[in-house]
Design a protein around this ligand. Structure first.
Ligand SMILES: C[S@@+](CC[C@H](N)C(=O)[O-])C[C@H]1O[C@@H](n2cnc3c(N)ncnc32)[C@H](O)[C@@H]1O
Length: 232
């Protein structure tokens, strides 16, 4: 059991155990194109230098971007994920990335502010995504961007025969990880009243390689990507 107090604390250890000590890529090594293309384009356009990626996992989405954006700080609650990220970079003869253990509910603990923050594939697993987003917005510099995603309620892969429905649009899988599904209205409701300068919400879809022992077949996801812009 983790020492963290919030209701998602137990899942932190489950996630950490999922990362394979034998070095398999649990989520596959293919990055999400929306991150490597669209998010990278946003960082370029904004001339973003100090960037927080939380959770980075083992870095599948950011390894290829670290050379162009050396100011990326990779943070996650999983010691194993960050260790795999560092190992992969060193094996490829690339510079060791900056990594920190950090809970998305307590980003202030980093003691830093950022030009951009990427929070990919986590909010839909959390009990209180609004609390997480509010904390991340606090860590943005004026005019900075926060990019997040939610799993869509018409995602064809998330819910399978290993998932149990435990609430409205809420499922738990056989690893005890929860999935909350969203439509556009649900996603807007999460951030209502947080008052960023601007919110851009888009429907997205992408393919992922097999995740060994987790979702071991090539599969498609649908989701919602949201960009929140901090007031200048
Ligand atoms: C589905 S993975 C996504 C990882 C990465 N964003 C990617 O797309 O490959 C979810 C990640 O969230 C991390 N995580 C779970 N709870 C967390 C929390 N409270 N704070 C920060 N990271 C957390 C897990 O360790 C895991 O690496």
């Amino acid at each position: 059991m983790s020492s963290t107090a919030h209701r998602d604390a137990d899942a932190i250890d489950i996630w950490n155990e999922l990362y394979d000590p034998d070095d398999a890529a649990i989520w596959g090594d293919d990055p999400a194109a929306l991150v490597t293309e669209d998010v990278a384009a946003l960082w370029r356009r904004d001339a973003a230098r100090d960037i927080l990626v939380i959770p980075s996992g083992d870095g599948r989405n950011v390894r290829s971007l670290l050379e162009e954006f050396p100011g990326i700080l990779c943070a996650d609650t999983s010691q194993r994920a960050l260790a795999r990220l560092r190992r992969m970079m060193l094996q490829q003869g690339r510079a060791e990335p900056q990594t920190r253990i950090c809970d998305v509910y307590a980003p202030d603990a980093l003691g830093m502010s950022f030009d951009s923050i990427l929070c990919w594939d986590l909010l839909s697993h959390l009990d209180s995504p609004r609390v997480a987003i509010a904390g991340l917005l606090r860590c943005l510099r004026p005019g900075g961007s926060l990019v997040v995603n939610f799993f869509a309620d018409d995602d064809p892969s998330i819910i399978d025969d290993r998932s149990t429905k435990i609430g409205p649009k809420l499922y738990r899988n056989d690893h005890d990880i929860c999935y909350q599904l969203y439509d556009e209205t649900d996603a807007r409701a999460v951030v209502e009243g947080l008052d960023p300068l601007d919110i851009d919400l888009r429907k997205i879809s992408w393919w992922e390689d097999p995740h060994p022992g987790y979702r071991p077949y090539r599969h498609m996801h649908r989701g919602l990507a949201m960009i929140l812009r901090a007031r200048s």
